[in-house]
Design a protein around this ligand. Structure first.
Ligand code: HEM
Ligand code: HEM
Length: 173
């Protein structure tokens, strides 16, 4: 099933969910720069791709949002008692997910560093732009917020699977 249905998420939604999720995990490894100033295997092999992978994520996240909006009328429903909470949680995940690459770009452009994606200089080095640098300074706090949201999200998924033993996890697998 390509699209979503009331009983489960379709192939495209699942590919977006797990593909974007894996790339976000890769991006979060950037926090490892705080250990020994990134002088370790992860810091030297996976983290240097941060800006390139982040730019791919920007495209994927925008496509994912359009796809999700298109699927809204037929997506799996949530328990009416907590639907508003689940919807707010998913909305927050989307909002912070989108804000990550945008604030990352703002950080680089605002501080005049330019943007190089997979070896291609997409934005040249230039003058500092105050407002963009200010937006860019939100990148790190937003990264921590995203980590907290994801921990809560995964925790709830495991709660459904292991405690409530319902089919919530199954519809995303
Ligand atoms: C979903 C996408 C992204 C995620 C989850 C993410 C996550 C992170 C994390 C966790 C950090 C470390 C923050 C810290 O140590 O406090 C970081 C730093 C950074 N990110 Fe991203 N990022 C993303 C996209 C991008 C993009 C698209 C760019 C640039 C085009 C970018 C540029 C940077 C830069 C330059 C830093 C270092 C900031 C500094 O040294 O102050 N990021 N990011
Ligand atoms: C081990 C990691 C993860 C697990 C087990 C997991 C599990 C799930 C499950 C079971 C659902 C369906 C919930 C429902 O319909 O009520 C879901 C939906 C969702 N998840 Fe995750 N998830 C994980 C990681 C992530 C990550 C890293 C993100 C984004 C940062 C994310 C964002 C979302 C969003 C936005 C939805 C709503 C459906 C959609 O629009 O795709 N998830 N997740």
């Amino acid at each position: 099933m390509i699209g979503d249905s009331r009983t489960r998420y379709g192939v495209i939604s699942r590919l977006f969910h797990w593909g974007v999720g894996a790339l976000i995990f890769w991006q979060a490894l950037k926090l490892g720069d705080r250990i020994a100033e990134g002088e370790h295997w992860i810091g030297q092999t996976l983290v240097p791709w941060h800006v390139s992978i982040g730019s791919v994520l920007l495209v994927l996240i925008v496509l994912r949002i359009f796809w999700a909006i298109g699927q809204l009328p037929r997506r799996p429903l949530h328990d009416p008692a907590t639907a508003w909470l689940v919807k707010s949680g998913h909305f927050a995940l989307y909002a912070v997910m989108l804000a990550m690459p945008l604030s990352g770009l703002a950080h680089l452009i605002g501080n005049g560093y330019g943007v190089k994606v997979f070896g291609n200089q997409l934005v040249a080095k230039g003058d500092e732009i105050g407002w963009a640098a200010a937006v860019g300074s939100l990148h790190s706090p937003l990264a921590w917020l995203l980590v907290i949201l994801i921990v809560g999200h995964v925790g709830m998924a495991l709660y459904h699977r292991l405690v409530k033993r319902d089919d919530i996890m199954q519809r995303m697998l």
